[in-house]
Design a protein around this ligand. Structure first.
Ligand SMILES: Nc1ncnc2c1ncn2[C@@H]1O[C@H](COP(=O)(O)OP(=O)(O)OP(=O)(O)O)[C@@H](O)[C@H]1O
Length: 325
């Protein structure tokens, strides 16, 4: 995974007064699945357009497979498959015919294109619908056909804009798993832009958080989590049951909070009725369990988790908001 495939060096795009992409530095490696995450208007689409040579950077450098899309847009398009969020096909042609058409546009003979298309339809699990008109496909099927379509030209890179928009959660999960499988089988680099955090987290090797034109954090979930929550990397959640007599006694809750706060490594304790949440510098789950039981309460459940992407995302966005205010 050490061969750089996409290099962005100080990449900037300005529309009049608005800096849509602000000095972006990023390297994405061969075979990597990279998720560009950010809210609407963050600059994801503008970045993608610059990668594809569809809009010129105001300043900075971009290289895709060693090619400069500004000076060689056609060469870049040969190596990069782009799946927009609103991918469309010829409704009156079947899925197979649509792919054959793409193959022929990419200089294949009809026979070559047909063979390749049939193989790809099978890989994206659309063999059964190969002879069905694309106009009858569901949104999820269209996305899978879109994936087969970009694979027709054996791309080194696939760029996808909001790949799961409009697909139901099960279909989205299956589609992401398909991307993961195809990328790993063929060592294809995938850059996907999304604001569906939890879905995307599962298949990305690394994630870049993009806010107001700036990449504010890059890494895999664990390293982002470690970096951001260095002082309180663990969350331990417990459900307790108070003895019946204690329900009326609010001191009991305060007592528990204080007892837990005394454990070495605890940063914060939040008690909401039966639910207790402890933010800690270390994994102190056993000490938490002992403290609850010694306090005379029943421990119903105990779980520990690291901060997830949702926590990370919120934290970074909160930070950004604070800076912006
Ligand atoms: N052609 C343009 N002219 C002027 N401003 C533009 C143009 N294209 C994009 N912008 C602005 O640049 C900023 C970044 O837009 P961009 O579409 O790249 O964001 P995004 O992260 O892809 O968001 P979305 O998911 O909503 O597309 C926005 O403020 C947008 O209004």
């Amino acid at each position: 995974m050490n061969e750089p495939i996409i290099i962005l060096d100080g990449l900037t795009k300005q529309y009049d007064q608005l800096v849509a992409v602000d000095h972006l530095h990023l390297t994405i490696y061969r075979g990597e699945i990279f998720g560009l995450l950010g809210p609407n208007g963050a600059g994801k689409s503008t970045t993608i357009l610059m990668l594809l040579g569809l809009t010129e950077p105001t300043s900075g450098k971009v290289r895709v497979c060693g090619i400069d899309p500004v000076t060689h847009p056609v060469e870049v398009k040969r190596k990069v498959g782009y799946l927009p969020d609103n991918v469309r096909f010829y409704d009156d042609l079947t899925g197979l015919e649509n792919l054959i058409y793409t193959g022929q546009l990419n200089r294949m003979t009809k026979k070559q294109a047909r063979e390749k298309a049939l193989g790809l339809l099978s890989r994206v699990d659309l063999s059964g619908a190969a002879h069905q008109k694309a106009g009858t496909y569901s949104r999820g099927m269209i996305q899978r056909l879109g994936l087969a379509d970009v694979l027709m030209k054996d791309p080194e890179v696939i760029i996808m804009d909001e790949p799961t928009v409009g697909i139901d959660p099960t279909g989205a999960k299956e589609f992401l798993e398909l991307i993961l499988k195809l990328s790993k089988e063929d060592s294809i680099t995938v850059l996907l832009s999304s604001h569906y955090l939890l879905q995307v987290q599962e298949i990305c090797d690394r994630i870049g958080l993009f806010v107001r034109g700036k990449l504010i954090a890059v890494g895999d979930i664990s390293s982002l989590s470690r970096e951001l929550f260095a002082n309180e990397p663990f969350i331990i959640e417990a459900t307790v049951q108070y003895p019946l007599s204690a329900y009326a006694d609010s001191n009991r809750v305060v007592d528990l909070q204080q007892l837990l706060a005394k454990i070495d490594g605890v940063k914060q304790v939040v008690v909401e009725n039966e639910r207790v949440k402890i933010f800690a510098a270390r994994d102190i789950a056993p000490q938490v369990a002992r403290t609850i039981v010694h306090a005379g309460l029943d421990l119903i459940s105990l779980s520990r988790r690291e901060h997830g992407l949702e926590d990370i995302y919120q934290r970074y966005f909160e930070k950004e908001t604070e800076i912006a205010v």
